[in-house]
Ligand binder design. Structure first.
Ligand code: TYD
Ligand code: MG
Length: 472
Protein backbone atom coordinates (compact mmCIF):
# COMPACT_ATOMS: atom_id res chain seq x y z
CA UNK A 1 0.00 0.00 0.00
CA UNK A 2 1.35 3.38 -0.94
CA UNK A 3 1.78 5.81 1.97
CA UNK A 4 -0.51 8.78 1.62
CA UNK A 5 0.83 12.27 1.98
CA UNK A 6 -1.07 14.77 4.09
CA UNK A 7 -2.30 16.69 1.05
CA UNK A 8 -3.78 13.64 -0.62
CA UNK A 9 -5.78 12.70 2.44
CA UNK A 10 -8.54 15.21 1.68
CA UNK A 11 -12.16 14.17 1.24
CA UNK A 12 -13.00 11.88 -1.69
CA UNK A 13 -13.95 13.84 -4.81
CA UNK A 14 -17.28 13.32 -6.50
CA UNK A 15 -17.69 13.45 -10.24
CA UNK A 16 -20.81 12.90 -12.27
CA UNK A 17 -20.22 10.77 -15.34
CA UNK A 18 -22.51 10.22 -18.31
CA UNK A 19 -22.93 6.50 -19.02
CA UNK A 20 -23.55 7.17 -22.66
CA UNK A 21 -20.64 9.37 -23.73
CA UNK A 22 -18.32 9.28 -20.72
CA UNK A 23 -18.33 13.07 -20.21
CA UNK A 24 -17.61 14.26 -16.67
CA UNK A 25 -19.65 16.96 -14.96
CA UNK A 26 -19.34 18.72 -11.63
CA UNK A 27 -22.96 18.36 -10.68
CA UNK A 28 -25.82 16.00 -11.37
CA UNK A 29 -28.10 16.79 -14.29
CA UNK A 30 -31.09 15.05 -15.84
CA UNK A 31 -29.74 15.44 -19.35
CA UNK A 32 -26.12 15.21 -20.42
CA UNK A 33 -25.18 18.53 -22.08
CA UNK A 34 -22.50 16.76 -24.13
CA UNK A 35 -24.49 14.04 -25.84
CA UNK A 36 -28.08 14.92 -25.00
CA UNK A 37 -28.93 11.57 -23.39
CA UNK A 38 -31.42 11.57 -20.51
CA UNK A 39 -30.95 9.94 -17.10
CA UNK A 40 -27.48 8.65 -17.87
CA UNK A 41 -25.48 10.68 -15.35
CA UNK A 42 -24.35 8.90 -12.20
CA UNK A 43 -22.18 9.97 -9.30
CA UNK A 44 -18.75 8.49 -8.80
CA UNK A 45 -16.48 8.92 -5.83
CA UNK A 46 -12.80 9.02 -6.60
CA UNK A 47 -10.13 8.72 -3.93
CA UNK A 48 -7.76 11.66 -4.04
CA UNK A 49 -4.53 9.66 -4.25
CA UNK A 50 -5.57 8.22 -7.58
CA UNK A 51 -6.50 11.48 -9.27
CA UNK A 52 -4.60 12.54 -12.35
CA UNK A 53 -2.75 15.26 -10.43
CA UNK A 54 -1.33 12.71 -8.02
CA UNK A 55 -0.21 10.49 -10.90
CA UNK A 56 1.42 13.28 -12.86
CA UNK A 57 4.19 14.01 -10.38
CA UNK A 58 5.44 10.42 -10.37
CA UNK A 59 6.16 10.10 -14.07
CA UNK A 60 9.72 10.26 -15.40
CA UNK A 61 10.23 12.35 -18.56
CA UNK A 62 9.07 10.55 -21.65
CA UNK A 63 12.04 9.60 -23.84
CA UNK A 64 12.02 11.21 -27.30
CA UNK A 65 14.20 10.29 -30.24
CA UNK A 66 14.42 11.27 -33.93
CA UNK A 67 11.95 9.41 -36.13
CA UNK A 68 14.80 8.21 -38.35
CA UNK A 69 16.38 6.39 -35.44
CA UNK A 70 13.30 4.55 -34.32
CA UNK A 71 13.50 0.85 -35.02
CA UNK A 72 10.19 0.04 -36.69
CA UNK A 73 11.05 -3.64 -36.84
CA UNK A 74 11.03 -3.65 -33.04
CA UNK A 75 7.33 -4.54 -33.07
CA UNK A 76 7.20 -8.07 -34.42
CA UNK A 77 3.82 -9.65 -34.81
CA UNK A 78 2.69 -12.73 -33.07
CA UNK A 79 0.43 -14.70 -35.39
CA UNK A 80 -2.05 -16.80 -33.45
CA UNK A 81 -2.27 -19.48 -36.09
CA UNK A 82 -5.94 -18.83 -36.86
CA UNK A 83 -5.50 -17.53 -40.37
CA UNK A 84 -8.76 -15.57 -40.54
CA UNK A 85 -8.09 -13.82 -37.22
CA UNK A 86 -4.49 -13.05 -38.12
CA UNK A 87 -5.54 -11.46 -41.38
CA UNK A 88 -8.13 -9.26 -39.69
CA UNK A 89 -5.47 -8.14 -37.21
CA UNK A 90 -3.13 -7.30 -40.08
CA UNK A 91 -0.75 -10.23 -39.53
CA UNK A 92 -1.12 -11.19 -35.89
CA UNK A 93 -1.11 -9.63 -32.43
CA UNK A 94 1.29 -6.75 -31.89
CA UNK A 95 3.14 -6.92 -28.54
CA UNK A 96 2.21 -4.01 -26.31
CA UNK A 97 -0.99 -3.31 -28.19
CA UNK A 98 -4.60 -3.51 -27.08
CA UNK A 99 -7.43 -5.05 -29.06
CA UNK A 100 -11.10 -4.71 -28.21
CA UNK A 101 -13.31 -7.57 -29.36
CA UNK A 102 -17.00 -6.72 -29.36
CA UNK A 103 -20.05 -8.76 -30.19
CA UNK A 104 -23.41 -9.99 -28.98
CA UNK A 105 -23.47 -12.50 -26.14
CA UNK A 106 -23.19 -16.06 -27.43
CA UNK A 107 -21.69 -15.09 -30.78
CA UNK A 108 -18.40 -16.88 -30.03
CA UNK A 109 -15.96 -14.31 -28.60
CA UNK A 110 -14.79 -16.53 -25.74
CA UNK A 111 -14.50 -19.54 -28.02
CA UNK A 112 -12.40 -17.73 -30.60
CA UNK A 113 -10.09 -16.17 -28.04
CA UNK A 114 -9.57 -19.45 -26.21
CA UNK A 115 -8.59 -21.02 -29.53
CA UNK A 116 -6.23 -18.14 -30.28
CA UNK A 117 -4.79 -18.32 -26.75
CA UNK A 118 -4.11 -22.03 -27.18
CA UNK A 119 -2.09 -21.37 -30.34
CA UNK A 120 -0.18 -18.51 -28.77
CA UNK A 121 0.59 -20.64 -25.70
CA UNK A 122 3.00 -22.80 -27.67
CA UNK A 123 5.31 -19.75 -27.85
CA UNK A 124 5.06 -18.66 -24.21
CA UNK A 125 2.70 -18.23 -21.27
CA UNK A 126 -0.73 -16.74 -21.99
CA UNK A 127 -3.06 -15.46 -19.29
CA UNK A 128 -6.76 -15.88 -19.94
CA UNK A 129 -8.82 -14.06 -17.31
CA UNK A 130 -12.44 -15.05 -17.09
CA UNK A 131 -14.85 -12.96 -15.07
CA UNK A 132 -17.99 -14.52 -16.48
CA UNK A 133 -17.37 -18.23 -16.23
CA UNK A 134 -15.59 -20.43 -13.70
CA UNK A 135 -12.17 -21.87 -14.49
CA UNK A 136 -13.83 -25.31 -14.67
CA UNK A 137 -16.24 -24.11 -17.33
CA UNK A 138 -13.36 -22.73 -19.37
CA UNK A 139 -11.51 -26.01 -18.96
CA UNK A 140 -14.51 -27.99 -20.24
CA UNK A 141 -14.89 -25.71 -23.22
CA UNK A 142 -11.15 -25.89 -23.80
CA UNK A 143 -11.27 -29.69 -23.93
CA UNK A 144 -14.03 -29.59 -26.47
CA UNK A 145 -12.07 -27.35 -28.84
CA UNK A 146 -8.68 -28.91 -28.13
CA UNK A 147 -7.33 -25.93 -26.23
CA UNK A 148 -5.47 -27.73 -23.44
CA UNK A 149 -1.90 -26.51 -23.06
CA UNK A 150 0.24 -26.17 -19.95
CA UNK A 151 1.30 -22.61 -20.80
CA UNK A 152 -2.31 -21.48 -21.14
CA UNK A 153 -3.07 -20.06 -17.69
CA UNK A 154 -6.68 -19.54 -16.66
CA UNK A 155 -7.56 -17.08 -13.90
CA UNK A 156 -11.14 -16.72 -12.73
CA UNK A 157 -11.17 -13.18 -11.42
CA UNK A 158 -12.84 -9.87 -11.94
CA UNK A 159 -10.69 -7.72 -9.67
CA UNK A 160 -8.37 -5.45 -11.54
CA UNK A 161 -5.71 -5.37 -8.83
CA UNK A 162 -5.61 -9.18 -8.65
CA UNK A 163 -5.35 -9.40 -12.43
CA UNK A 164 -2.48 -6.91 -12.53
CA UNK A 165 -0.67 -8.92 -9.85
CA UNK A 166 -1.18 -12.11 -11.85
CA UNK A 167 0.35 -10.37 -14.86
CA UNK A 168 3.37 -9.35 -12.75
CA UNK A 169 3.75 -12.88 -11.48
CA UNK A 170 3.38 -14.88 -14.68
CA UNK A 171 4.80 -12.41 -17.22
CA UNK A 172 2.51 -13.62 -20.01
CA UNK A 173 3.03 -12.79 -23.68
CA UNK A 174 -0.63 -12.11 -24.13
CA UNK A 175 -3.52 -11.38 -21.78
CA UNK A 176 -7.21 -11.92 -22.55
CA UNK A 177 -9.76 -10.16 -20.33
CA UNK A 178 -13.17 -11.81 -20.71
CA UNK A 179 -14.87 -9.42 -20.24
CA UNK A 180 -13.95 -5.81 -19.52
CA UNK A 181 -17.50 -5.17 -18.28
CA UNK A 182 -17.14 -7.64 -15.42
CA UNK A 183 -13.76 -6.24 -14.32
CA UNK A 184 -13.84 -3.88 -11.33
CA UNK A 185 -11.31 -1.82 -9.46
CA UNK A 186 -11.63 -1.38 -5.72
CA UNK A 187 -10.59 2.23 -6.20
CA UNK A 188 -14.08 3.12 -7.39
CA UNK A 189 -17.34 2.56 -5.61
CA UNK A 190 -19.46 2.29 -8.74
CA UNK A 191 -20.91 -0.98 -9.97
CA UNK A 192 -19.24 -3.29 -12.56
CA UNK A 193 -19.93 -2.30 -16.14
CA UNK A 194 -20.38 1.41 -15.42
CA UNK A 195 -18.44 3.92 -17.47
CA UNK A 196 -15.94 4.79 -14.80
CA UNK A 197 -15.21 1.15 -13.96
CA UNK A 198 -14.83 0.06 -17.56
CA UNK A 199 -12.70 3.04 -18.46
CA UNK A 200 -10.41 2.91 -15.43
CA UNK A 201 -9.91 -0.86 -15.65
CA UNK A 202 -9.20 -0.66 -19.37
CA UNK A 203 -6.75 2.21 -18.87
CA UNK A 204 -4.81 0.30 -16.20
CA UNK A 205 -4.72 -2.88 -18.30
CA UNK A 206 -3.61 -1.01 -21.42
CA UNK A 207 -0.91 0.77 -19.46
CA UNK A 208 0.41 -2.52 -18.12
CA UNK A 209 0.40 -3.97 -21.67
CA UNK A 210 2.42 -1.03 -22.98
CA UNK A 211 4.90 -1.22 -20.12
CA UNK A 212 5.36 -4.99 -20.10
CA UNK A 213 5.03 -5.48 -23.84
CA UNK A 214 2.34 -8.15 -23.87
CA UNK A 215 -0.58 -8.15 -26.27
CA UNK A 216 -3.89 -7.36 -24.59
CA UNK A 217 -7.35 -8.43 -25.73
CA UNK A 218 -10.42 -6.97 -24.06
CA UNK A 219 -13.76 -8.63 -24.65
CA UNK A 220 -16.70 -6.22 -24.69
CA UNK A 221 -20.41 -6.88 -24.94
CA UNK A 222 -22.41 -4.96 -27.45
CA UNK A 223 -25.73 -3.25 -26.93
CA UNK A 224 -28.62 -3.53 -29.34
CA UNK A 225 -27.69 -0.42 -31.28
CA UNK A 226 -24.25 -1.80 -32.05
CA UNK A 227 -22.09 0.15 -29.62
CA UNK A 228 -19.86 -1.50 -27.07
CA UNK A 229 -21.87 -1.26 -23.87
CA UNK A 230 -20.41 1.31 -21.53
CA UNK A 231 -18.31 4.14 -22.78
CA UNK A 232 -17.57 4.78 -26.40
CA UNK A 233 -14.24 6.09 -25.11
CA UNK A 234 -13.08 2.48 -24.90
CA UNK A 235 -12.93 2.38 -28.68
CA UNK A 236 -10.59 5.38 -28.66
CA UNK A 237 -8.29 3.89 -26.04
CA UNK A 238 -7.40 0.67 -27.85
CA UNK A 239 -5.31 0.12 -30.98
CA UNK A 240 -7.79 -2.09 -32.79
CA UNK A 241 -11.52 -2.75 -32.55
CA UNK A 242 -12.88 -6.00 -33.90
CA UNK A 243 -16.59 -6.76 -34.11
CA UNK A 244 -17.92 -10.26 -34.23
CA UNK A 245 -21.09 -10.22 -36.32
CA UNK A 246 -23.58 -12.72 -37.51
CA UNK A 247 -26.83 -14.33 -36.69
CA UNK A 248 -26.80 -16.85 -33.85
CA UNK A 249 -29.22 -18.92 -35.91
CA UNK A 250 -26.62 -19.23 -38.68
CA UNK A 251 -23.35 -21.11 -38.30
CA UNK A 252 -21.36 -18.38 -40.03
CA UNK A 253 -19.72 -15.48 -38.25
CA UNK A 254 -17.96 -12.44 -39.63
CA UNK A 255 -15.13 -10.82 -37.73
CA UNK A 256 -14.65 -7.23 -38.86
CA UNK A 257 -11.87 -4.76 -38.05
CA UNK A 258 -13.63 -1.42 -37.64
CA UNK A 259 -10.44 0.24 -36.43
CA UNK A 260 -6.84 -0.91 -36.68
CA UNK A 261 -3.73 1.13 -35.98
CA UNK A 262 -1.53 -1.72 -37.18
CA UNK A 263 -3.34 -2.94 -40.26
CA UNK A 264 -6.11 -2.25 -42.70
CA UNK A 265 -9.51 -1.39 -41.23
CA UNK A 266 -12.52 -2.97 -42.89
CA UNK A 267 -10.82 -6.33 -43.18
CA UNK A 268 -13.06 -9.30 -42.46
CA UNK A 269 -12.57 -12.90 -41.45
CA UNK A 270 -15.23 -15.54 -41.94
CA UNK A 271 -15.74 -18.38 -39.47
CA UNK A 272 -18.07 -21.28 -39.08
CA UNK A 273 -19.20 -22.40 -35.61
CA UNK A 274 -18.79 -26.17 -35.36
CA UNK A 275 -18.97 -28.56 -32.42
CA UNK A 276 -15.19 -28.23 -32.13
CA UNK A 277 -15.08 -24.45 -32.04
CA UNK A 278 -14.77 -21.84 -34.76
CA UNK A 279 -13.21 -22.86 -38.06
CA UNK A 280 -11.91 -20.36 -40.57
CA UNK A 281 -13.72 -20.29 -43.91
CA UNK A 282 -11.40 -19.51 -46.79
CA UNK A 283 -13.87 -19.79 -49.57
CA UNK A 284 -16.30 -17.25 -48.19
CA UNK A 285 -18.01 -16.41 -51.50
CA UNK A 286 -19.01 -20.02 -51.98
CA UNK A 287 -20.60 -20.00 -48.53
CA UNK A 288 -22.64 -16.88 -49.22
CA UNK A 289 -23.87 -18.25 -52.53
CA UNK A 290 -24.52 -21.78 -51.25
CA UNK A 291 -28.30 -21.63 -51.08
CA UNK A 292 -28.84 -19.46 -54.08
CA UNK A 293 -31.92 -20.08 -56.19
CA UNK A 294 -31.23 -19.40 -59.85
CA UNK A 295 -33.67 -17.87 -62.30
CA UNK A 296 -35.89 -16.20 -59.73
CA UNK A 297 -36.79 -12.53 -60.08
CA UNK A 298 -35.34 -10.15 -57.52
CA UNK A 299 -32.00 -11.89 -57.05
CA UNK A 300 -28.68 -10.32 -58.12
CA UNK A 301 -25.12 -11.47 -57.43
CA UNK A 302 -22.96 -8.62 -56.17
CA UNK A 303 -19.16 -8.63 -56.31
CA UNK A 304 -18.23 -6.50 -53.30
CA UNK A 305 -15.05 -5.83 -51.36
CA UNK A 306 -14.71 -6.45 -47.66
CA UNK A 307 -11.43 -4.78 -46.77
CA UNK A 308 -8.88 -6.20 -49.17
CA UNK A 309 -10.99 -9.25 -49.83
CA UNK A 310 -13.46 -9.70 -52.67
CA UNK A 311 -16.71 -11.35 -51.67
CA UNK A 312 -19.68 -12.48 -53.72
CA UNK A 313 -23.06 -12.16 -52.07
CA UNK A 314 -26.65 -12.46 -53.20
CA UNK A 315 -28.82 -9.35 -52.97
CA UNK A 316 -32.55 -10.05 -52.90
CA UNK A 317 -35.44 -7.67 -53.34
CA UNK A 318 -39.18 -7.97 -52.93
CA UNK A 319 -41.67 -5.45 -54.27
CA UNK A 320 -45.28 -5.67 -53.08
CA UNK A 321 -48.29 -3.32 -53.12
CA UNK A 322 -48.40 -1.35 -49.91
CA UNK A 323 -51.14 -1.35 -47.31
CA UNK A 324 -49.69 1.71 -45.57
CA UNK A 325 -50.20 5.38 -46.25
CA UNK A 326 -46.45 5.73 -46.87
CA UNK A 327 -44.89 2.71 -48.57
CA UNK A 328 -42.25 0.81 -46.61
CA UNK A 329 -38.58 0.62 -47.54
CA UNK A 330 -36.74 -1.96 -45.46
CA UNK A 331 -33.15 -3.11 -45.80
CA UNK A 332 -31.26 -5.93 -44.04
CA UNK A 333 -27.49 -5.97 -44.36
CA UNK A 334 -27.52 -2.65 -46.25
CA UNK A 335 -27.77 1.02 -45.31
CA UNK A 336 -31.49 1.76 -45.14
CA UNK A 337 -31.11 5.43 -46.09
CA UNK A 338 -29.13 4.50 -49.18
CA UNK A 339 -31.77 1.96 -50.25
CA UNK A 340 -34.49 4.63 -49.95
CA UNK A 341 -32.39 6.96 -52.08
CA UNK A 342 -31.82 4.31 -54.74
CA UNK A 343 -35.55 3.57 -54.80
CA UNK A 344 -36.21 7.26 -55.43
CA UNK A 345 -33.66 7.28 -58.28
CA UNK A 346 -35.43 4.28 -59.81
CA UNK A 347 -38.73 6.17 -59.68
CA UNK A 348 -37.46 9.43 -61.09
CA UNK A 349 -34.80 8.31 -63.60
CA UNK A 350 -36.14 5.01 -64.86
CA UNK A 351 -39.81 5.76 -64.30
CA UNK A 352 -40.55 2.72 -62.15
CA UNK A 353 -43.76 3.54 -60.25
CA UNK A 354 -42.78 2.46 -56.74
CA UNK A 355 -44.92 5.10 -54.98
CA UNK A 356 -47.58 2.53 -54.00
CA UNK A 357 -45.14 -0.35 -53.43
CA UNK A 358 -43.31 -1.63 -50.39
CA UNK A 359 -39.67 -2.42 -51.17
CA UNK A 360 -37.64 -4.92 -49.13
CA UNK A 361 -33.96 -5.54 -49.84
CA UNK A 362 -31.84 -8.17 -48.12
CA UNK A 363 -28.26 -9.44 -48.29
CA UNK A 364 -28.40 -13.22 -47.95
CA UNK A 365 -26.33 -14.99 -45.27
CA UNK A 366 -25.98 -12.24 -42.66
CA UNK A 367 -23.25 -10.18 -44.37
CA UNK A 368 -23.39 -6.38 -44.01
CA UNK A 369 -22.47 -4.44 -47.15
CA UNK A 370 -22.01 -0.73 -46.70
CA UNK A 371 -20.00 0.23 -49.79
CA UNK A 372 -21.70 2.23 -52.57
CA UNK A 373 -20.46 -0.34 -55.07
CA UNK A 374 -23.56 -2.31 -54.06
CA UNK A 375 -25.90 0.34 -55.57
CA UNK A 376 -26.22 -1.19 -59.02
CA UNK A 377 -26.95 -4.66 -57.64
CA UNK A 378 -29.58 -3.28 -55.25
CA UNK A 379 -31.33 -1.35 -58.03
CA UNK A 380 -31.25 -4.24 -60.47
CA UNK A 381 -32.66 -6.53 -57.76
CA UNK A 382 -35.56 -4.12 -57.18
CA UNK A 383 -36.10 -3.72 -60.91
CA UNK A 384 -35.94 -7.46 -61.49
CA UNK A 385 -38.50 -8.02 -58.71
CA UNK A 386 -40.78 -5.30 -60.08
CA UNK A 387 -40.66 -6.63 -63.63
CA UNK A 388 -40.78 -10.23 -62.39
CA UNK A 389 -37.87 -11.01 -64.66
CA UNK A 390 -34.77 -12.89 -63.46
CA UNK A 391 -31.21 -11.78 -64.14
CA UNK A 392 -28.96 -14.20 -66.08
CA UNK A 393 -27.75 -16.84 -63.61
CA UNK A 394 -24.11 -16.49 -64.68
CA UNK A 395 -23.93 -12.69 -64.27
CA UNK A 396 -22.24 -10.81 -61.41
CA UNK A 397 -22.67 -7.07 -60.89
CA UNK A 398 -20.95 -4.12 -59.22
CA UNK A 399 -21.08 -0.32 -59.54
CA UNK A 400 -22.08 2.85 -57.73
CA UNK A 401 -25.14 4.76 -58.94
CA UNK A 402 -25.48 8.54 -58.70
CA UNK A 403 -28.60 10.64 -58.26
CA UNK A 404 -28.98 11.17 -62.01
CA UNK A 405 -28.87 7.43 -62.61
CA UNK A 406 -25.28 7.41 -63.89
CA UNK A 407 -23.21 4.32 -63.09
CA UNK A 408 -19.92 5.34 -61.51
CA UNK A 409 -16.66 3.42 -61.31
CA UNK A 410 -15.61 1.79 -58.02
CA UNK A 411 -12.32 0.66 -56.48
CA UNK A 412 -10.57 -2.65 -57.10
CA UNK A 413 -12.59 -3.77 -60.14
CA UNK A 414 -10.01 -6.42 -61.08
CA UNK A 415 -10.23 -8.18 -57.71
CA UNK A 416 -14.03 -8.25 -57.93
CA UNK A 417 -13.96 -9.54 -61.49
CA UNK A 418 -11.43 -12.22 -60.67
CA UNK A 419 -13.44 -13.51 -57.70
CA UNK A 420 -16.59 -13.67 -59.83
CA UNK A 421 -14.84 -15.49 -62.65
CA UNK A 422 -13.21 -17.86 -60.18
CA UNK A 423 -16.65 -18.90 -58.99
CA UNK A 424 -17.77 -19.59 -62.52
CA UNK A 425 -19.59 -16.34 -63.41
CA UNK A 426 -19.12 -15.85 -67.15
CA UNK A 427 -20.70 -12.39 -67.42
CA UNK A 428 -19.85 -9.19 -65.59
CA UNK A 429 -22.01 -6.10 -65.57
CA UNK A 430 -19.93 -3.16 -64.39
CA UNK A 431 -19.42 0.62 -64.73
CA UNK A 432 -18.15 1.86 -68.05
CA UNK A 433 -15.39 3.65 -66.16
CA UNK A 434 -14.07 0.33 -64.83
CA UNK A 435 -14.34 -1.69 -68.05
CA UNK A 436 -10.93 -0.84 -69.50
CA UNK A 437 -9.10 -1.85 -66.35
CA UNK A 438 -10.95 -5.15 -66.12
CA UNK A 439 -10.41 -5.98 -69.80
CA UNK A 440 -6.73 -5.10 -69.53
CA UNK A 441 -6.27 -7.36 -66.51
CA UNK A 442 -7.22 -10.32 -68.74
CA UNK A 443 -9.00 -12.03 -65.87
CA UNK A 444 -9.64 -15.33 -67.67
CA UNK A 445 -5.93 -15.92 -68.21
CA UNK A 446 -5.17 -15.87 -64.50
CA UNK A 447 -7.84 -18.20 -63.28
CA UNK A 448 -7.89 -21.64 -61.72
CA UNK A 449 -9.03 -24.66 -63.71
CA UNK A 450 -12.63 -24.89 -62.48
CA UNK A 451 -13.55 -21.25 -63.11
CA UNK A 452 -15.26 -19.56 -66.03
CA UNK A 453 -13.46 -20.27 -69.29
CA UNK A 454 -14.09 -16.82 -70.69
CA UNK A 455 -15.51 -13.71 -69.08
CA UNK A 456 -17.78 -11.33 -70.95
CA UNK A 457 -17.58 -7.76 -69.73
CA UNK A 458 -20.71 -5.63 -70.15
CA UNK A 459 -20.04 -1.95 -69.49
CA UNK A 460 -22.89 0.36 -68.48
CA UNK A 461 -22.86 4.15 -68.41
CA UNK A 462 -26.18 4.50 -66.68
CA UNK A 463 -28.96 2.56 -65.08
CA UNK A 464 -31.00 2.25 -68.27
CA UNK A 465 -28.07 0.61 -70.08
CA UNK A 466 -27.48 -1.73 -67.17
CA UNK A 467 -31.15 -2.73 -67.12
CA UNK A 468 -31.08 -3.37 -70.86
CA UNK A 469 -28.16 -5.76 -70.45
CA UNK A 470 -29.23 -7.52 -67.27
CA UNK A 471 -33.00 -7.54 -67.73
CA UNK A 472 -33.48 -7.47 -71.49
P1 TYD B 1 -19.17 -18.09 -26.65
O1 TYD B 1 -17.78 -18.18 -27.13
O2 TYD B 1 -19.41 -18.45 -25.23
O3 TYD B 1 -19.80 -16.68 -26.96
P2 TYD B 1 -19.50 -15.26 -26.28
O4 TYD B 1 -18.25 -15.36 -25.51
O5 TYD B 1 -19.42 -14.33 -27.45
O6 TYD B 1 -20.69 -14.94 -25.43
O7 TYD B 1 -20.02 -19.02 -27.63
C1 TYD B 1 -21.10 -19.65 -27.15
C2 TYD B 1 -21.88 -20.35 -28.24
O8 TYD B 1 -21.10 -21.12 -29.12
C3 TYD B 1 -22.80 -21.29 -27.54
O9 TYD B 1 -24.11 -21.02 -28.03
C4 TYD B 1 -22.31 -22.66 -27.89
C5 TYD B 1 -21.55 -22.45 -29.15
N1 TYD B 1 -20.40 -23.37 -29.31
C6 TYD B 1 -20.39 -24.29 -30.33
O10 TYD B 1 -21.34 -24.40 -31.10
N2 TYD B 1 -19.28 -25.11 -30.49
C7 TYD B 1 -18.21 -25.04 -29.66
O11 TYD B 1 -17.24 -25.79 -29.85
C8 TYD B 1 -18.25 -24.09 -28.59
C9 TYD B 1 -17.10 -23.97 -27.65
C10 TYD B 1 -19.35 -23.27 -28.46
MG1 MG C 1 -18.08 -15.26 -23.41
Amino acid sequence: MRAMSASSRRAPRSVFVCASCGAEHRKWMGQCPDCGAWNTITEQVETAAAGPAARAGLAPAAPASPITEIDAAAAPRRPCGLEELDRVLGGGFVPGSAVLMGGDPGIGKSTLLLQAARHLASQGPILYVTGEESAQQVRLRGERIGAAHEQLLIAASNELEAILSAIEEHRPQAVVIDSIQTTVTSRLTSAPGTVAQVRDCAAALIQSAKQRGHALVLVGHVTKDGAIAGPRVLEHMVDAVLYFEGDRGHAHRILRAVKNRFGPAGEIGVFEMTDRGLMGVRDASRVFLAERAEDVPGSVILACMEGTRPLLVEVQALVAPTVYATPKRAATGLDGGRVSMLTAVLERRVGVPLGQQDVYVNVVGGARILEPAADLAVMLAILSAWREKPMPADMAVFGEVGLTGEVRPVGQPEARAREAANLGFAQLLLPRGNAARVRKADIAATLAANSAASVRVHAARNLAEAAQTGLA
